[in-house]
Design a protein around this ligand. Structure first.
Ligand code: NAD
Length: 490
């Protein structure tokens, strides 16, 4: 029987190293707060290099046995972990809402989404095939086998506290790697709860090690992993500047890297689009998690022939969105993660308005609800000189840009350093083929706003990073190929 826990039983405050819950070596702690109220939920370990080193030591000891475990035994452990996540989806969903702020329905949805990667990679663990190479010389047999890369360091952001870490740990464990992980300082509790369930599922001591650290200690703790030759791979989701730093700092030990970084997603509405469908798709893509997703449309380009009609339809739907704490069952948008996030949104909107943007709805903080709320906002007459055209706002703000022809829209969409997600709406089959091929992005949504799936390759191009998560390709990032050449066979 899979065990169901109360929310309070899932909240842990220590590091999980070598199968044990331990305080930070230096004895330090920091507060995790509820972004809806600013209240402290729990103190957690504030780890530094000594804790990072202890995690690596445990992962190194556990690696040989986990690497050599039968694929079906690794798969069975992952399936049990998946079952525990699903059984505890309500409590985990509430925990996500508590520390991250998203409405409960979204928090629970994130649990099921993250769990789907665990089930996917549990199955993939049993399908890590090699190749027997067609014979090239008499008496010689050549083959290629796949092996786990070794210890993986996973560093994750706050916007999906469960899904981001699950979709890194699951392929790593499936491949036979061991893991050291550090979740974001704003949201470590969900990750620690996942470690507790992994332990219950039978993940052996040292195979998964998780430490929490404050923003100040994140750099020294992670730096220890970057400098350590035993850590063979870094997998990171977060901002592009931190991703570049990780790539530079791990160059000395030539680690394999997967970087899922910032986006600045374009969303194009052509004049042949189904406008109602485009508005629905934009709402789904933009306002999930209050706009705090790396695939959130950041620049919406609308053909001038349908611009005013689209803007009206959109503003009406956006004005009706319910902003409330996650504890309100009707909530569609919760608080932003912290004061820094609110400051950035405010700066972006103020800058756009000062350069001529028209506020169709929103455009202000909702201080009466709590410290970190911002009204869902639609801005018309956006132009390329505005900050939000080149920098992710990471909030519930839609700027509407105008265009007159297809080439202009594609040029504007691609005029960014980033290339994660992109979206367009059109009903012309030839245009669909043309535009999909020309958009510089790792992911293209065509008449669709919700793209993520454990069966699909998720990742970017340009400064949005490299590597893919999910799908049949997702395991390759955690494997290396070994060539075997056997002679003397004749
Ligand atoms: P961040 O990149 O600063 O943090 C992500 C993770 O990296 C956290 O665990 C953090 O503790 C860690 N980290 C930060 N600095 C580090 C350092 N020097 N060494 C080692 N680890 C370090 O991202 P953020 O503060 O969470 O958000 C800032 C911006 O990042 C957002 O506005 C958004 O543009 C982008 N972002 C992207 C995603 C995504 O899914 N791609 C997610 C969250 C944030």
């Amino acid at each position: 029987m899979t065990k169901r826990y109360e929310l309070s039983e899932l909240i842990r405050g220590d590091n999980f190293i070598d199968g044990e819950w331990v305080a930070a070596v230096a004895g330090k702690r920091f507060d995790v707060t509820n972004p809806a109220t600013g209240e402290v939920i729990r103190e957690v370990a504030d780890s530094d290099t000594a804790d990072a080193r202890a995690a690596t030591d445990a992962a190194a000891r556990a690696f040989p046995a986990w690497r050599d475990a039968l694929a079906r035994d690794r798969a069975a452990v992952l399936h049990r972990w998946h079952a525990l996540m699903v059984e505890n989806a309500d409590a985990l969903g509430r925990l996500i809402s508590l520390e991250q702020g998203k409405p409960f329905a979204e928090g629970r949805g994130e649990v099921m989404y993250g769990a789907s990667y665990v089930a996917w990679f549990a199955d993939e663990a049993t399908r890590i095939y090699g190749d027997l190479i067609p014979q090239q010389q008499r008496g010689k047999r050549m083959s290629a086998i796949k092996e786990p890369v070794g210890i993986v360091a996973a560093i994750t952001p706050w916007n999906f506290p469960l899904a981001m870490i699950a979709r890194k740990i699951a392929p790593a464990l499936a491949a036979g790697c061991t893991v050291v992980a550090k979740p974001a300082e704003d949201t470590p509790l969900t990750a620690l709860a996942l470690a507790m369930l992994a332990d219950e599922a039978g993940v052996p001591p040292g195979v998964l090690n998780l430490i929490s650290a404050s923003r100040d200690n994140a750099m020294p703790a992670v730096a220890d992993w970057l400098a350590d030759n035993r850590v063979r791979k870094v997998t990171f989701t977060g901002s592009t500047p931190v991703g570049k730093y990780l790539a530079r700092a791990s160059a000395d030990t030539l680690k394999k890297l997967s970087l899922e970084l910032g986006g600045n997603a374009p969303f194009i509405v052509f004049d042949d689009a189904d406008l109602e469908a485009a508005v629905t798709g934009l709402l789904a893509a933009k306002f999930r998690n209050g706009g705090q997703t790396c695939v959130s449309p950041n620049r919406v380009y609308v053909h001038s022939g349908v611009y005013e009609r689209f803007a009206d339809l959109l503003a009406t739907r956006v004005a009706a969105l319910k902003v409330a704490p996650a504890s309100d069952p009707a909530a569609q948008i919760g608080p932003m993660i912290n004061e820094r996030a609110i400051d950035k949104i405010t700066r972006h909107v103020d800058d756009a308005v000062s350069r001529g943007a028209r506020v169709l709805t929103g455009g202000k903080r909702l201080a009466e609800l709590g410290p970190n709320y911002y009204a869902p906002t639609v801005l018309a007459d956006a132009t390329p000189d505005m900050h939000m055209s080149c920098d992710e706002t990471f909030g519930p703000v839609v700027p509407l840009f105008r265009f007159d022809d297809e080439a202009e829209a594609i040029g504007a969409a691609n005029d960014t350093l980033f290339g994660l997600a992109s979206y367009f709406y059109s009903q012309d089959v030839r245009r669909i083929d043309r535009v999909a091929r020309q958009l510089e992005a790792g992911i293209v949504g065509i008449n669709e706003g919700i793209l993520a799936s454990e069966a699909a390759p998720f990742g970017g191009v340009k400064e949005s990073g490299y590597g893919r998560e999910g799908s049949k390709y997702g395991l390759d990032d955690y494997l290396s190929i070994k060539y075997l050449c056997q002679g003397g066979l004749e």
